[in-house]
Write a protein that binds this ligand. Structure first.
Ligand code: UD1
Length: 387
């Protein structure tokens, strides 16, 4: 098959925020490599813009510079979503793409899907069907709505299929493709930056890494854990308590850092057993995760990455949209239950903790499967009826 050219309509690939980049990088490569697909065009909404939240990850993942940057920046959910919608529409009109590919569950995912579907441009949602069943999470709203309006739903685990069926989504729109985030992890794992080097670059003494119990990695940024003073105080209290069991490296999201400063909580992390770092690049994070004795987090993606790396993960949430990481992987949901977290951390240090296995189709080839399926789907769509 000849490569379709611009006239056939590009594939517009959308990224907005940090967790999108490691999902889109393998997709872009697979789309480029597939002779039956139109050229991908990378659109960045600009939801994340800090060099540490953005540029470093682009570099680490070998992502090309975005073809278009909508530069929406931060704002309330309404403002951010509305700005993406407003600024994406003329881009869609100019490109008249054959489809729009969105990943994950951030505000940009929903905003771009909505613009496309209203202009009759097909939308493919990668990482569809995940449900926490917690509508207080902005991501859950984004997931449910994006899935309802997408034409193609590529899933990472079988539970997602059931969730979609329950919401009345037709079987033929759903395709179990595997996990593109794990494509990135497997591809870049050998280039991971050693933790000692990461601490050196951050100007933090590496003595913390010499502890016989190893070290733990902490990331916290969910509004439910960090936006209110009481919740943030509890979260930091837990970090402090766990640091007495195993020294901790905390890579702080800008929102968490800002809240710690505005509530005057800086002293709560002041300890020789806690190293506070800015958000890290992808290769640094991979290095920290792979070598950690445990990970304490409220991230969505790190629940999956620790499962793939077989590193025990304590997830500070009451629910997860990624149940397979608990059922088959190394993940345990712990909320902010401090006594339980302390007990589990002690157990992990003593025994190595929960052992898991790698879920089905988390094999490094999810993006290729999606490219193949998408090429067939677009070709069938372009073919005249009764041909
Ligand atoms: C977003 C996603 C979340 C994802 C997270 C990863 C939504 C609804 N949430 O949350 O699912 O897990 O990204 O980081 O889309 N900020 C900066 N620099 C940046 C980006 C943000 O300083 O480059 C600060 C700003 O103060 C901003 C705040 O972080 O107001 C929150 O950013 P926002 O994009 O609204 O959501 P995240 O919390 O990053």
């Amino acid at each position: 098959m000849d490569r379709l050219n611009g006239a056939a309509g590009a594939i517009l690939c959308i990224v907005g925020a940090r967790p999108n980049y490691m999902k889109m990088a393998p997709l872009l490569r697979a789309f480029r490599a597939h002779p039956g697909l139109p050229q991908p065009v990378l659109v960045h909404t600009g939801q994340h813009y800090d060099p540490m939240m953005n540029d470093r990850l682009f570099e680490d993942l070998g992502l090309p510079r975005p073809d278009i940057n909508l530069e929406v920046g931060s704002g309330t959910h309404a403002v951010q979503t509305a700005e993406v919608i407003r600024r994406f529409e003329p881009v869609l009109d100019a490109y008249r793409p054959s489809c729009v590919v969105v990943v994950g569950d951030v505000n940009s995912t929903l905003a771009c899907s909505l613009v496309a579907v209203k202009k009759s441009v097909p939308v493919a949602h990668v990482e569809a069907g995940l449900r926490s069943f917690d509508r207080a999470m902005p991501e859950e709203i984004n997931r449910v709505l994006t899935d309802q309006i997408s034409d193609l739903l590529y899933t990472t685990e079988r539970a997602a299929h059931l969730n979609l069926k329950r919401e009345g989504i037709a079987e033929e729109r759903i395709h179990f493709a595997g996990n593109v985030m794990i494509d990135s992890l497997l591809e870049h794992r050998s280039r991971a930056v050693p933790p000692a080097e990461t601490l050196r670059r951050a100007g933090v003494p590496a003595g913390l890494l010499a502890a016989p119990e190893g070290f733990g990695l902490v990331t916290l940024h969910r509004p439910s854990n960090v936006d209110q003073p009481d919740a943030l105080a509890e979260s930091l209290g837990i970090v402090r308590a766990v640091s007495e069991i195993v020294p901790l490296i905390c890579a702080l999201h800008p929102r968490t850092r800002a809240n710690i400063a505005s509530f005057g909580f800086e002293s709560r992390l002041a300890s020789e057993r806690i190293a506070v770092l800015p958000p890290q690049g992808y290769l640094e994070t991979l290095g920290l995760m792979s070598s950690a004795a445990l990970v304490l987090t409220d991230s969505g993606g790190m629940q999956e990455e620790t499962t793939a790396l077989a590193v025990p993960c304590l997830t500070m949430r009451e629910n997860t949209e990624r149940p397979i990481t608990v059922e088959q992987g190394t993940n345990t949901l712990v909320g902010r239950d401090r006594p339980r977290i302390v007990r589990l951390a002690e157990q992990i240090v003593a025994t190595g903790g929960k052992r898991g296995r790698t879920p089905e189709l988390w094999d490094g080839h999810a993006a290729e499967r999606i490219a193949q399926h998408l090429a067939r789907w677009l070709a069938a769509r372009a073919a005249p009826l009764h041909a």
